[in-house]
Write a protein that binds this ligand. Structure first.
Ligand SMILES: NC(=O)c1ccc[n+]([C@@H]2O[C@H](COP(=O)([O-])OP(=O)(O)OC[C@H]3O[C@@H](n4cnc5c(N)ncnc54)[C@H](O)[C@@H]3O)[C@@H](O)[C@H]2O)c1
Length: 248
């Protein structure tokens, strides 16, 4: 499939070893992209890269030098062009509010917020006009948690919503579009622990119009659309993909 020109488009996907990130790697690969699968889980990234004939990169998105090295490495492999970036890498936290330590709050925000910021900044250094970026927030960032995540997680995802809009403003003059997907409950390893409690799972799923959790592929579809020129008039937007949960 020809998206951007004569050569196959290129994409960096963080968190590509698991869950939503893995589904994004698989879908982009199917659509003809050359994909850099980036994750702190090196073996997981290698497994996905092998499966889709992509390229694996070990990265800690919270570490500036590591993110700089990721984009230099990916650009070297891609021959100097980067068309798309998706940033699903993230961590959750369910510590009750009054037990939350500053260390935990910082770690969650280092990965989810600083990590997203660093990836956008480094990607934008290498993108030409027409480049597209999709970040990953959460309905927790809109609701203040209340599903499975608590304060540190909700605050970090609220920050991703604002960061994405800010980046959209900053990068529009370069012709780079930044949008965001805010998933609702999605069946991935991140939710395993919380959803081990059947009552909790039932309560969360009953909150959405569709009465169920999402599949990683359903989130990936939205991300792939926002990364493609099919969404060419969408800029600075947050697409909530939650089976109708945010309606209430
Ligand atoms: N699953 C859900 O219900 C849900 C809902 C809303 C938002 N989200 C968001 O979607 C994104 C993907 O989550 P998922 O459910 O696929 O989780 P997941 O745990 O299956 O995948 C997350 C991936 O990110 C990687 N990662 C974590 N910290 C990293 C770091 N510092 N550097 C590089 N990679 C790192 C992990 O190794 C893992 O492969 C996250 O940002 C999450 O907050 C998930």
């Amino acid at each position: 499939m020809e998206w951007f020109g004569e050569n196959p488009p290129t994409a960096v996907v963080t968190g590509g070893a698991s869950g939503i990130g893995r589904a994004v790697c698989e879908l982009l690969s199917k659509e003809g992209y050359r994909v850099a699968v980036a994750d702190r889980d090196k073996a997981g990234a290698e497994e996905v890269a092998h499966h889709i004939d992509g390229h694996a990169f070990e990265v800690d998105v919270a570490d500036e030098a590591s993110v700089v090295a990721l984009f230099e490495g990916a650009l070297a492999v891609f021959g100097g062009t980067l068309d798309a970036l998706a940033t699903p890498a993230g961590i959750a936290d369910t510590t009750p509010f009054m037990d939350l330590t500053v260390d935990t709050f910082r770690r969650v925000n280092d990965v989810n917020v600083i990590g997203t910021f660093l990836c956008i900044r480094e990607a934008a250094k290498h993108m030409r006009s027409g480049g597209r970026i999709c970040t990953v927030a959460s309905v927790a960032g809109k609701r203040g948690g209340g599903l499975s995540g608590t304060a540190a997680y909700a605050a970090s995802k609220g920050a991703v919503l604002a960061l994405s809009r800010s980046a959209a403003r900053a990068l529009a003059p370069q012709g780079i579009a930044v949008n965001c997907v805010a998933p609702g409950a999605t069946i991935t390893p991140m939710l395993d622990k919380a959803f081990n409690d059947p009552e909790h799972k039932k309560r969360v799923e009953a909150m959405s119009l569709l009465g169920r959790s999402g599949e990683p592929r359903e989130i990936a579809e939205a991300i792939a659309w926002l990364l493609s020129p099919r969404s060419s008039f969408v800029a600075g937007e947050t697409l909530t993909v939650d089976g109708g949960l945010m309606l209430d």
